[in-house]
Every structure is written in structure tokens, then in C-alpha cells.
Write a protein that binds this ligand. Structure first.
Ligand code: ADP
Length: 263
């Protein structure tokens, strides 16, 4: 299974975390953080123990998404204690650097990334969702090589350009042997509230990702004003539940791990 690969999560930080899922996108602004928050809140609402790690040094958005203010992070020895709220655990570069933009050189970036990956005391978790920085470069590779990710979800929007982006994401994760659990197509269409008609403003669904790359589409998420809700007020819905179920199914198929449903 994926647990046998050479990267190990036997560090204090991650040894009691059952599943680590990266949420990635080749570009910013496609809804990667929104999808991470959706997955995290959906799994938490199903009763799983969930953590969210925001590794986006240059645009951390976890605090905004969850309506968190003035979060203080405490340390126990070398380890940082994640912020707990709404029954979930959170860690973000935003908590550490505040609103000031991060201006850093490469080596500093990888130092900080390694620290936030290995020095957070997550305790026991069923799922840790990692909001990756946008892109398919060095930072993303550092993350994939520092800890053992069980799988990755790629977020994209509908256009031929973002299909190219999906391919970039696929190639990156293949290079580091991380299974891709599927693609989430965000802002795929718009549902008119007065006529309920689905408007495919970026073109009809082609549904060909699985044929072309052998990769599942986990969900087509419409453009919806309510998608931008603060996630501390999250309520489940059919689409989000289906997204989570598809993810669990893919995870089971790819890693052949037994997923124990929460009590
Ligand atoms: P990324 O993490 O890829 O940069 P975000 O998750 O921050 O993207 O989303 C970018 C913006 O688009 C945010 O303002 C977010 O609220 C909004 N957004 C994301 N997905 C949707 C959606 N399906 N419907 C409406 N707004 C969305």
C-alpha cells in the first residue's frame, strides 16, 4: 500500500493521522481552498476527525474561509499546537505570518514548509487535508517529498487551458508516485435560480478526463454564491456528500486501505 513507500510519516506530528490528502491546482483562483474547506467540513460533518493544513505561504486563506480572527498558535517544545474550532484542527501560514505578505527566498520557503509539515502536533485524525500552494513547481515537490501523501485531488475550472493544467498536475504527482484520487471541476456551470436551468457558460461538460487520463471526476461544482460562505457555518448538501463519498471510494480503490466509518 502507499504506507510502504519510502517517505514515512512516523514523525510525532503525523503518526496518528490515518489519511493525508493533498488538494492541488496548477493555478490560483480556481477554488482550491474552497474545495479543501468543502471536503474538510463535509468529512467533519460525517463525524470523522479532520484537520486542515494551509501550506500556501503567499496567499493563506484558511482564516478567511473559516471566519477565524487573531488565532494564536502555542508551542509545546518543538511542536506547534493546531488551532481547534468547530470540532476540527487547523494550521495555516496565515496564523504565523498574519496579513503581511511573505517575501522569501527559496531556501527560506522550503524551511518553513518543512517546519509546518513536520512540527504540528495533529494528534489523532482520520483525515488531514492539505491545501497546497497553487502551481506545480519546487514547493509542491518539497511537500510531496517531505511527507507521505495518500492521494491528491486536483481542482480545475472548465476551459482548454485548465485541461493543460490538469495534465501538469497529473505529471507532477506521477513523478513523486502519489496516486491521484480525482479531479474536481469547479465553477463548471451556473444554475439559474428563476428557471433552474443549468447554464454551461464555459462550454458543455466534456467528461473526457477519465477516458483520456484514466482519472475520475469527483464532482462538477456549479458557480454558487453560497459556495463562498464562511465554512464555520457549513451545512452538508447532496453534491458535497457525493464528492466526499467519491473521494472515499477512490481512496479505498487506490490504497486498498480499510476506511473505518466514525462511531
Ligand atoms: P484558490 O484557492 O484556487 O486560489 P479560492 O478557493 O480562494 O481559490 O476561490 C477563489 C474565489 O472564488 C473565492 O472568492 C471563492 O469564494 C470563489 N469561489 C470558489 N469556488 C466557487 C464556486 N463554486 N462558486 C462561487 N464562488 C466560488
Amino acid at each position: 500500500t502507499s504506507r510502504d513507500r519510502k517517505r514515512s510519516n512516523d514523525t510525532e506530528s503525523l503518526k496518528n493521522v490515518k489519511n493525508i490528502i493533498a488538494v492541488a491546482s496548477a493555478k490560483g483562483g480556481v477554488g482550491k481552498s474552497t474545495v479543501t474547506a468543502t471536503l474538510a467540513s463535509e468529512f467533519a460533518s460525517k463525524g470523522y476527525k479532520v484537520g486542515v493544513l494551509d501550506t500556501d505561504l503567499f496567499g493563506p486563506s484558511l482564516a478567511t474561509l473559516y471566519n477565524q480572527h487573531d488565532v494564536k498558535i502555542y508551542q509545546k517544545g518543538e511542536m506547534m499546537i493546531p488551532f481547534e474550532s468547530n470540532g476540527m484542527k487547523f494550521m495555516s501560514f496565515g496564523y504565523l505570518i498574519g496579513d503581511s505578505p511573505a517575501i522569501m527566498r527559496g531556501p527560506m520557503v522550503s524551511g518553513y514548509i518543512t517546519q509546518i509539515l513536520t512540527q504540528v502536533d495533529w494528534g489523532e485524525l482520520d483525515y488531514l487535508f492539505i491545501d497546497m500552494p497553487p502551481g506545480t513547481g519546487d514547493i509542491q515537490l518539497t511537500i510531496s517529498q517531505t511527507i507521505k501523501l495518500d492521494g491528491a485531488v486536483i481542482v480545475t475550472t472548465r476551459s482548454s487551458l485548465s485541461l493543460v493544467d490538469v495534465v501538469k498536475g497529473i505529471l507532477m504527482f506521477e513523478k513523486v508516485e502519489i496516486p491521484i484520487l480525482g479531479v474536481v471541476e469547479n465553477m463548471s456551470h451556473f444554475v439559474c435560480d428563476s428557471c433552474d436551468k443549468e447554464h454551461h457558460i464555459f462550454g458543455e461538460q466534456r467528461g473526457d478526463l477519465s477516458e483520456r487520463f484514466g482519472i475520475e471526476t469527483l464532482a462538477h461544482i456549479p458557480i454558487e454564491a453560497t459556495r463562498a460562505v464562511p465554512f464555520d457555518k457549513y451545512k452538508t448538501n447532496d453534491l458535497n456528500s457525493e464528492l466526499a463519498n467519491n473521494l472515499v471510494r477512490q481512496l479505498g480503490a487506490i490504497t486498498s486501505k480499510a476506511i473505518t466509518p466514525p462511531q
